[in-house]
Design a protein around this ligand. Structure first.
Ligand SMILES: Nc1ncnc2c1ncn2[C@@H]1O[C@H](COP(=O)(O)OP(=O)(O)O)[C@@H](O)[C@H]1O
Ligand SMILES: [Mg+2]
Length: 238
């Protein structure tokens, strides 16, 4: 077993802008680090410094300008479409806005069942059982299964997203400001739930936030990002 789960080397993502005169936005500009199996690495930095771009690069949701990304020893940039599709369930992303991750026309139960239908060969009955189990794991109750996202609060919807994410037993999760859109009163509940999940399923996590206090609560180690670069580490205890 390889101890390092995720490693990036000199990763860059440049965007171009401007019609007549080309300008480069160096969203991620030469970033290197690794995350150990079961570790939560915090990534903190001001808005616009490149955190979300880095998170998406790590899961190959977008392609880098240059650099290397390894997941479980596999060079992600060398994979073809089919190989990538196969590896996808092992890596998941949680976004800031739970509504954006959920199909508004799908009932909660269907939202959670969807990845199981698409990616596993469980029977209908097994899927139903697994959905109920997941609902309980994330602290929702069975009544929620037949409701729609708009009928739930932001915090409850983020629980649905968490259930969907853990449905396929992923190993690596990028959580991009997962509680920033929620009421302050429910943020701590969701953060603590994520911590529980991480322990229970031995997840490796990149936890992104602009809020150092939140990152400190969640992380084993913290990197600070500024203008596309990692500019230092922040102690976990203040
Ligand atoms: N698709 C895109 N096209 C052009 N520029 C982008 C795109 N996505 C992000 N950027 C730019 O890259 C920089 C980093 O953005 P982002 O990764 O979203 O930062 P953060 O998540 O830290 O707020 C910003 O200047 C942003 O405007
Ligand atoms: Mg962002």
């Amino acid at each position: 077993m390889i101890e390092v789960e995720v490693e990036v080397r000199d990763l860059k993502k440049y965007y171009t802008s401007g019609v007549l005169k080309k300008r480069y936005i160096k969203a991620v500009d030469g970033v290197s680090f690794s995350i150990k199996r079961g570790e939560t690495l915090g990534l903190v930095g001001e808005s616009g410094c490149g955190k979300s771009t880095l998170g998406k690069l790590l899961l190959r949701l977008i392609d880098p300008t240059s650099g290397e990304i390894f997941f479980d020893g596999i060079n992600l940039l060398r994979l073809n479409r089919k190989e990538l599709r196969k590896i996808r369930p092992r890596m998941q992303m949680i976004f800031q806005d739970p509504y954006a991750s959920l199909n508004p026309r799908m009932k909660i139960g269907e939202c959670i069942a969807e990845p199981l239908k698409l990616q596993t060969d469980l029977t209908k009955r097994e899927i139903r059982e697994r959905v109920m189990e997941l609902i309980e794991t994330v602290g929702l109750n069975t009544e929620h299964v037949n409701r729609y996202p708009f009928q739930l609060s932001g915090g409850q919807n983020q629980r649905v997203v968490l259930a969907r994410v853990i449905a396929l037993n992923p190993e690596f999760i990028v959580a991009d400001e997962p509680t920033s859109a929620l009421d302050v009163s429910v943020q701590a509940q969701i953060l603590n739930l994520m911590k529980e999940m991480k322990e229970k399923f031995t997840l490796t996590v990149l936890f992104i936030s602009h809020d150092l206090e939140v990152v400190r609560h969640m992380s084993d180690r913290i990197l600070v990002m500024k203008a596309g670069k990692i500019c230092g580490e922040e102690p976990v205890k203040s």
